[in-house]
Design a protein around this ligand. Structure first.
Ligand SMILES: Nc1nc2c(ncn2[C@@H]2O[C@H](COP(=O)(O)O[C@H]3[C@@H](O)[C@H](n4cnc5c(=O)[nH]c(N)nc54)O[C@@H]3COP(=O)(O)O)[C@@H](O)[C@H]2O)c(=O)[nH]1
Length: 697
């Protein structure tokens, strides 16, 4: 863009030909072109036809004088303003005033100082050029500002609005006349005004753009939701800023929606894993600074999978929603301690308890959660009972980072589950030791089979009426090279967890079948062997094949093999159970339900499973004969089993009184220390022989 004015065309209007000549000469000397007019009318005509860049106009002309011409030119102007220099007869204030009133840009008075006039003309031309460029720039700026939807304002360093233009898309919070000339604090709420003034100062100091977000309630009789604004401030001079204010309410709403989607669990509406991790991180920073403690509770529902599998995923989803509602009610803020609740996934929930005074507060919350979960849930006409296992980790005692705290709470939750579910446990470093020894045990268990460290014991089952041994239950043991004999209560769950139960179970099955063949004597009553099947084994696709080949390879007749299954195993995916049971029945093996009464059995399924015996769990037998409730339960189980044409085996018989009572109740078979402890296989033949000998005496 040119910076110096272009050499222009000047209209010289004067009735004196000498003056015109001198002026033309002077203009030529400063490099300007000129046209002449000898009176007012000619001047106007020339102005219209030639559009000069400047007019030198004599005031005193016959007919239309210079002042009238000046006024007429101003009338005719459409774009911009041509500079008009009036040549007056003298420099009296009156004639100068009249010249300016007529619209003159400048004046020179006679007698004319010609060299000065040349410079003056050039200066006025330059100034006029600058003004017209400014006008264009101003018009462009206004057009830009009119095109953008934002409100803009100018403000001085003290916080006074110099200008205020409402954007065409902005919600009308303030009118322009409400702002111009007023101070920020008279327009905006004090806090926002203070913040904005700080930013104005910062912008002027740094000459960097600054922005700030704020919320304003919309004026109106009804309480309307507040709107969000973003103001960007830019310095336009040493003491002035330009502010652009945009209504960002829509953007905020979208951001909130995105945030909700990213941070909310879509099923329950409570915060999800991501949200919890961020809250935990923030709490960690806060607690570290403020030297405070907090607790992380990790809750997992016991047996949620069973509900999902038996009642369907819809009921499972409803249950999770109901659980989260109940957790929200139980842990609502202000209720003892402020809590943050989240669902990590599946049936895992976490609760963050900030500002913890003492561990008991976390245990109290856990206790309340457990109690809340124990109340039945009524969902789609199902009354559902659940329990929860809870693990607790503490900051800073247990860990100083989010991952550790969450992992330790999870570890403590597993410990709670292992301690019999419906439990709450605090994390302790010894748990990690336990887990490490668990891992060590797992490594050992993997080698146990190939190192021949497993062996079986057999516990007799007797016919209550004749007191004759009718079978033996095979019970596995592990002779650990360092720890000695390990109980199956310790390693079977581990084998289940790791999947090792399948090869171990197969070994038990094959070994029991093989050893049982040695007990059978021609012409004697056959002796059955019972083998426990775990849930994983039962679900294994090769189960039927394993049973078939164990029987085939050992030669044990199928009807001498009994497979014991727990209620949990059978009820977990009842439909698939039916198919497997059908296949096993097809082989001809004897099926029984172990630990009956401790799990959840649907009577409807029980009937359809068509198993041949129920084993009453020893927890019901142990209180007999004094425990009236257990006695009633035992009697009821016997009656129900007989009604379904099943035999009943009582487990854990430890006294003669129990055996007598069970006989009275009509129990078919019994097993327990009173009748025989689990014994090694080499003792079984002599046990059977002594019994036969006793039977003959
Ligand atoms: N999947 C498999 N599970 C197995 C296998 N072998 C055993 N187990 C399961 O381990 C649990 C513990 O078994 P164990 O320590 O062998 O205990 C059994 C008996 O010793 C015990 N028992 C028997 N009589 C009495 C008694 O009078 N009092 C008393 N306190 N305990 C007694 O009960 C256990 C047998 O229980 P059950 O199987 O329910 O009949 C146990 O759950 C085994 O099932 C295996 O090879 N595979």
């Amino acid at each position: 863009m040119a910076t110096s004015p272009k050499r222009g065309l000047v209209l010289v209007a004067d009735d004196d030909p000498t003056m015109r000549l001198l002026m033309l000469e002077m203009l030529a000397q400063v490099g300007l072109d000129a046209i002449e007019a000898e009176d007012g009318l000619q001047a106007i005509a020339r102005y219209q036809s030639a559009s000069p860049d400047l007019v030198l106009l004599d005031v005193d002309m016959p007919g239309l004088d210079g002042l009238a011409v000046c006024r007429e030119i101003r009338q005719l102007e459409t774009h911009g303003t041509v500079p008009i220099i009036m040549v007056t007869g003298g420099d009296e204030l009156d004639s100068v005033t009249r010249a300016y009133e007529a619209g003159a840009t400048d004046f020179v008075s006679k007698p004319i100082n010609w060299p000065i006039l040349g410079h003056r003309v050039l200066y006025v031309l330059r100034a006029s050029d600058a003004i017209s460029r400014l006008r264009i720039a101003d018009a462009q700026h206004r057009a830009v500002l009119a095109a953008i939807p934002d409100t803009f304002f100018r403000m001085n360093k003290d916080g006074y609005y110099l200008d205020y233009e409402q954007g065409h898309e902005a919600s009308s919070v303030f009118a322009s006349d409400l702002c111009v000339g007023r101070h920020l604090s008279q327009v905006l709420p004090p806090e926002i005004a203070g913040h904005m003034l700080e930013q104005v100062h910062s912008v002027l100091q740094t000459q960097h753009i600054r922005s700030l977000d704020y919320q304003l309630p919309l004026p109106g009789p009804a309480p309307l939701p507040a709107r969000h604004f973003e103001a960007r401030l830019v310095a336009t001079g040493p003491n002035e800023v330009l502010g652009l204010v945009r209504d960002i309410s829509e953007r905020k709403r979208s951001e909130e929606q995105i945030r909700r989607l990213a941070y909310c669990d879509s099923l329950t509406g409570i915060p999800n894993r991501q949200a919890f991790l961020e809250t935990l991180e923030a709490e960690l920073v806060r607690s570290r600074k403020a030297n405070k403690k907090f607790a992380v509770l990790f809750m997992d529902l016991d047996a949620f999978k069973r509900i999902n599998d038996t009642l369907g995923h819809d009921v499972g989803d409803h249950l999770l929603k109901a659980v989260s509602d109940r957790l929200r009610d139980t842990t609502r803020p202000g209720d003892l301690v402020c809590t943050n609740l989240a669902r990590l996934g599946g049936d895992e929930f976490t609760i963050l308890i900030p500002d913890l005074d003492k561990v008991e507060d976390a245990l109290n919350v856990a206790q309340r959660v457990k109690e809340a979960m124990r109340r039945p849930f009524l969902l789609e006409a199902h009354e559902i009972f659940v329990t929860a296992s809870i693990g607790i980790s503490l900051y800073p005692e247990d860990g100083e980072d989010c991952n550790s705290l969450l992992k330790y709470a999870d570890t403590a939750m597993y410990h709670a589950k292992n301690c019999g579910k419906n439990n709450a446990k605090l994390y302790s470093s010894s748990l990690t030791m336990q887990i490490m020894s668990h891992v060590k045990l797992e490594v050992g268990l993997r080698k146990a089979l190939q190192n021949d460290e497993l062996y079986l014991l057999y516990q007799p089952q007797i016919d209550v009426a004749s007191t004759q041994i009718v079978g033996f239950e095979a019970l596995v043991r592990w002779k650990h090279p360092e720890r000695g004999v390990i109980s199956p209560t310790e390693f079977i769950p581990l084998a289940e967890e790791t999947g090792l139960i399948v090869p171990i179970g197969e070994w038990v099955l094959r070994t029991a079948c093989q050893q049982a063949t040695t007990w059978q004597l021609p012409g004697r009553r056959p002796v059955r062997v019972a083998v426990n099947l775990s849930a994983k084994q039962f679900k294994d696709d090769n189960l039927t094949q394993s049973v078939l080949s164990a029987l085939h390879d050992t030669g044990l007749p199928a009807e001498l093999l009994e497979l014991e299954l727990t209620e949990g195993t059978l009820m977990d995916d009842a439909r698939a159970t039916m198919v497997t049971l059908e296949q096993l029945r097809g082989i001809g093996v004897f099926l029984s339900i172990d630990d009956f009464g401790t799990g959840y059995s649907s009577m409807n399924y029980l009937k359809r499973f068509d198993v041949r015996a129920l084993k009453i769990d020893r927890s019901f037998i142990s209180g007999l004969p004094l425990d009236a409730e257990n006695a009633a339960i035992t009697r009821a189980i016997v009656a129900m089993a007989h009604g379904l044409k099943m035999a009943v085996v009582a487990e854990g018989v430890e006294t003669d009184a129990q055996l007598v009572l069970l006989e009275q109740y009509g129990c078919d078979m019994a097993q327990g220390y009173y009748l025989g402890h689990p014994s090694p296989p080499e003792l079984i033949p002599s046990l059977l022989a002594s019994q036969r000998a006793m039977a003959m005496t």
